[in-house]
Ligand binder design. Sequence first.
Ligand code: NDP
Ligand code: PMR
Length: 399
Amino acid sequence: MALQASFLPSALSVHKEGKSSSGVKDTAFLGISLSDHHKSDFTSASLRTKRSFEQKKLSITRAETTAVASPSINRATTEGKKTLRKGTVIITGASSGLGLATAKALSDTGKWHIVMACRDFLKAERAAKSVGMAKDSYTVMHLDLASLDSVRQFVHNFRRSDMPLDVLVCNAAVYFPTAREPTFTADGFELSVGINHLGHFLLARLLLDDLNKSDYPSKRLVIVGSITGNTNTLAGNVPPKANLGDLRGLAGGLTGLNGSAMIDGDHFDGAKAYKDSKVCNMLMMQEFHRRYHEETGISFTSLYPGCIATTGLFREHIPLFRLLFPPFQKFITKGFVSEAESGKRLAQVVSDPSLTKSGVYWSWNKDSASFENQLSEEASDAEKARKVWEMSEKLVGLA
Ligand code: NDP
Ligand code: PMR
């Protein structure tokens, strides 16, 4: 089967320098050393990878067939008035956390068909069911952002489905705060920047044409950012701080072989790699805006949804961190938001008619009112954005 041939090899993420449990570093949260928990965390991560690969094999056939089911497009007339057809939104990483909560919020409006672009088909199916999404409000399609082949295959499958594309949400992410050594995507990029930035960059570039063809009143590309990539905030000043430096590691392909696995060319640090990837996400949103907003009318936006301290993003962190982080954010920083609340926020950026402005990084105040936030100096550096764009184009095979 042709699809299978191109899916299977690309579903693997290779470890180039990872050396089993020794690749996990000691970490402290609030000054407590917590290294004892690492071994069990690492083992369960390996098991998860194996299981997820096996589940992927299972899901291919179903993903292929489900992908061709079109959403019911509502062009009916009510009392002579034309009603808007359902919008179609692709959300990457919709199988948990923010992505799932957003899918649920949009599904509940009855006005959206959600394409859940996920690496684990069965998990996504179960997640949609578990939150009570109406069966005809979503389609699960396979996407593994850790493989450029998979990204291209996803775009191919999506186009075959004949659905329009009105909004694309680049939401999926991974975070490896305790890793001592980098791990790599199928194409050899350090995993967090590879998934969070490069995979999404290729996806968004390829789907730009599809978005452009949409006749929906407001077409949008949303790339999820974060406060921790912004060094103009307290949260962004918690070490290690995001810093892309002179981009020499990115220029070298983040392979960790002849060069560095880090964008700035320095030694590997998993927490920093995540924050750097978020800076790339916010830079790319602005670069898309500069290059394409005027020509296409597409709105390009980013956001910080609040600290959703309970999500799977922290799954690779030590158990004590996962225990203390939610109360710390709830009672000390007061930055905590529930998954449901964060989903409503991202759903607003997808669909609210008052949030159409392009080139904006949205945040919410304590009363959950949205406002245009300021990005840090680095996250709004236009020259750096241009360079990251051009280097990323080369790495993903667009230039
Ligand atoms: P979750 O871990 O709950 O969700 C991340 C999603 O990304 C999961 O669905 C996961 O799939 C998916 N994913 C991971 N790797 C891949 C891949 N290779 N291909 C496709 N999908 C993949 O975390 P959150 O909901 O917290 O994170 C969502 C977004 O919110 C991220 O962009 C994050 O940076 C951002 N954010 C989160 C904050 C927070 O406090 N949690 C704060 C600010 C921003 P699977 O279910 O299969 O693992
Ligand atoms: Mg942070 C207003 C203060 C604030 C906010 C809103 C966050 C959000 N954090 C704040 C402050 C602090 N944090 C302080 C003072 C500390 C030192 C004790 C602290 C620590 C901390 C750690 C160890 N915070 C973290 C971590 C993580 O591992 C999380 C991270 O950086 O993931 C990349 C994190 C976060 N804090 C946040 C948010 C939203 C996160 C998750 C980051 C993200 O998804 O971008």
